[in-house]
Design a protein around this ligand. Sequence first.
Ligand code: G6P
Length: 612
Amino acid sequence: MCGIVGAVAQRPVTEILLEGLRRLEYRGYDSAGLAVIDEQGQLVRSRALGRVASLQERLHKEPIEGHIGIAHTRWATHGVPAEHNAHPHFSNDRVGLVHNGIVENHAELRAELKTQGYVFTSETDTEVVAHLLSRALENGDDLMQAMLNVRSQLIGAYSFAVIAHDDPETLIVARQGSPLVIGLGLGENFVGSDIQALLPVTSRFIYLENGDVARVKRYGIEIFDVNNRPIERPVKQSNVNSFASDLGEYRHFMLKEIFEQPSAIAATLEGRIAANGINWGTIKGQQVQERLAQVESIQIIACGTSFHSGLVGRYWIEALTDIPCQIEVASEYRYRRQPPRKNQLVITISQSGETADTLAALEKIKQEGSCLASLTICNVPESSLTRESDWSLMTVAGPEIGVASTKAFTTQLVALQLLVGLLIQAKGGDISKVEQLSNGLRQLPLLIEQALNLNDAIETLAERFLEKQHALFLGRGEMYPIALEGALKLKEISYIHAEAYPAGELKHGPLALVDSEMPIITVAPNTALLEKLKSNLEEVRSRGGELYVFADKEAHIQPFSNLHVLEMPHVPELLTPIVYTIPLQLLSYHVAVLKGTDVDKPRNLAKSVTVE
Ligand code: G6P
């Protein structure tokens, strides 16, 4: 069914609108379109039959951009699925409108408008409303009055979003029957058919009631009820904790959870980044700021996928602060002696908060009295680890049902970046680094969405792994833990034996395994280590290995007969481990599906390991 998105912002809105449309795709549709008021003040649009991806392609070839816009996915009711029937509909290049629902009295209105000289270019009921609005504007109404006026002439169920050349700062929306929410941002506001469409940009929503008409500007919302009286509607914080635990349109929970990552990350960031840095309330507990200022060393303890996020965390902590950081798997840490370290912060990372080895390691530290404070990065409030630790930094991934961890992992990485920001602040460090972290994190949900667009290409690629018994993953720097996580995912759910190596270690052993039967998967963001990595790839290629490289589009790695390149969006360096995780998750998922394994419940594994 139709979906509506709208935005008014200081930043360009085309990508936000497209993203919103992608997130509404689940509703079903046959065409898509988008309109903005461009820099010249002109109302311009782009429409395409078929998928949102076709619209995106068209926009790629013929871009349009503006600070206010509306977008739509159409499910045909009046008029066949065709570009000329796709929304937005314009009247005299003055009014642009998207519509969900049906205007029942459109035929009479159309006849009347035709006699007045209005020209129709579609068979839709919607175009009638665009002309009615245009007529009201010609008669001297402002856009809001025009909408209130037109509403009184309509019979049916609908929601609308409207922009007009005459008033390029204002988005007008109306609801009668079909759902519509307003998403509240900072100096920007949005509208959508549901909150899913807007979760990458906000989590604060006003749900419009039937009969409401609203004027949405960058710095203000005015709502009028069915009797045209100004009315306040409550602002609701989206309950991002309670992700629905049904499959919805997805075949497996793992795939659903992979695709939930943009909203899980947005939820984990919600309310934690302020104009002047990371909010101290991000970490719950006593004397956080004072004690973080005293930290002189860090010990991370975790298991499985959570251990891999800790490995990445160590790179970030040591790159951005002067605090030395160690990390160890809990099952090893708990059984060996560690020399005492002064002012040590102990961090446990766990999606479940119940992992027996991690809890036992924390217990040991507490008994030894060898830490300044214990912090858990955890996804389950009120779990054992959150209760046993001095402090908690909660990830807000929602319930993760697939045994192979996906969204819990990427939200752990986000939490680690927030922690790094707080450490810099507590230590009175270079605040520009905190700004860099904050700016990057704000972009992250959209970058993840872009990486998720590789899904179809990866599904095709997965066929090449069907008969494979082994696979090697390579990465350098903070991408090495991502290679480890990629290998873990593949073995967990497809049962293919997979190992990961730092690419520089290749010639110290694993190169002996390389032949035309051995697939080698590499993550190659455009970072300082790219040229080194390219040399490692040459070592593999010249020995006949089959290489699959997820590479930054600016990395200039040329595909070859045995070198397959999958282009990734350009990603700021600090975000590369998070964004490059996505294609590796998708690869293991699709290989597992092809192999027919029980993707969500792989043999012999458990989601929460409460025994040693
Ligand atoms: C199990 C799960 C993994 C998880 C590991 C650690 O093995 O299957 O997905 O990474 O436990 O669990 P934790 O809850 O502590 O993150």
